[in-house]
Design a binder for this molecule. Structure first.
Ligand code: HSE
Length: 297
């Protein structure tokens, strides 16, 4: 018995929605093929260009599969073939795809015994291994699809928002930004005026998705909580923003904890023009990079 799933990349934070908002991407995605085995435990086969831990206890998908087997009280095991296309450390939800994809595939082979909340909980085991914190802003859109808001993790309360008609352009400069470090540089407390500004933007952003109002979404992307501290970790940040605006972008920011940057636009032609402008910035800086033009999935 075997199942193959496509696990999408995702953009989390979405400007003003630090740690609560995220959306799933049409591309890139990982391909995970899970097979039921008579031998207990988990065996991993890495069919990707990236190094991944082979020990299931140290592998993001591995810990999720082990937890799923244990929670199901299963006597059998799993063999997982991972074709990873989302580069680890890119800021576009590589670990979330490994975690959520494994949870969804395991559930299919276990007879759909888990609810979406259970799947989210399982996937967060993988996220915790990857980043040291149980956050759901990337795994939630992978599991629920579209745009999601994590209202609460205790108890789990995920709100699925209507996906707006937007194109997304992403640039991934090939530099390393560790999520743990990008979290450590954030202040632990916020001045009241920053909090007020952030929740004004976040409320408007959610309204923008419900109204399918690209301009409102674009101008509510402002992030005064994480971006002012994290932008220094990403060379070309301001130049990408300026060039994207000139190419017709509605707004955007850092994807997750970076280094990828994203921008929204109304049409595919504009999204392609933004991608070209982003490439020009990084070519000028001599930094290797990759761009994606996609939609909210
Ligand atoms: N919300 C998280 C952060 C996402 O910004 O640190 C990182 O994967």
């Amino acid at each position: 018995e075997e199942v193959t799933v496509q696990a999408p990349g995702s953009v989390s934070n979405l400007g003003s929605g630090f740690d609560v908002l995220g959306f799933a991407l049409g591309a890139p995605y990982d391909v995970l093929t899970l097979r039921r085995t008579d031998t207990p435990g988990v065996r991993l086969i890495n069919d990707s260009p990236f190094d991944l831990p082979g020990d299931p206890e140290k592998n993001v998908s591995g810990v999720v599969l082990l937890a799923a087997l244990q929670r199901a009280g299963a006597a059998h095991g799993f063999e997982l073939r991972v074709e990873k296309r989302i580069k680890p450390g890119s800021g576009i939800g590589s670990s979330a795809a490994s975690a959520a994809g494994a949870a969804v595939a395991a559930n299919e082979l276990l007879g759909n015994i888990f609810s979406k909340e259970d799947l989210l909980d399982l996937a967060m085991e993988g996220e915790a291994l990857a980043s040291g914190s149980r956050h759901a802003d990337n795994v939630a859109p992978c599991i629920y699809g579209g745009v999601t808001l994590v209202r609460s993790l205790d108890p789990v309360d995920i709100i699925a928002l209507p996906p707006a008609d937007l194109f997304v352009t992403i640039v991934h400069p090939q530099i390393e930004v560790s999520t743990a470090y990008a979290r450590s540089i954030l202040p632990k407390e916020l001045p009241m005026r920053s909090a007020v500004r952030q929740w004004g933007n976040l409320g408007a952003l959610v309204a923008g998705f419900y109204r399918n109002d690209p301009e409102l979404i674009g101008r509510s992307m402002e992030d005064v909580v994480a971006e002012p501290y994290r932008k220094a970790l990403i060379p070309g940040f301001e130049a990408v923003r300026t060039a994207s605006r000139q190419a017709g972008a509605l707004g955007g920011g850092i994807s997750g904890s970076g280094p990828s940057l994203f921008q929204f636009s109304r049409t595919e032609a504009t999204a392609e023009a933004i991608a070209a402008a982003m490439r020009d910035v990084y070519t000028g800086l001599g930094i290797e990079h990759r761009t994606y033009v996609t939609t909210i999935d």
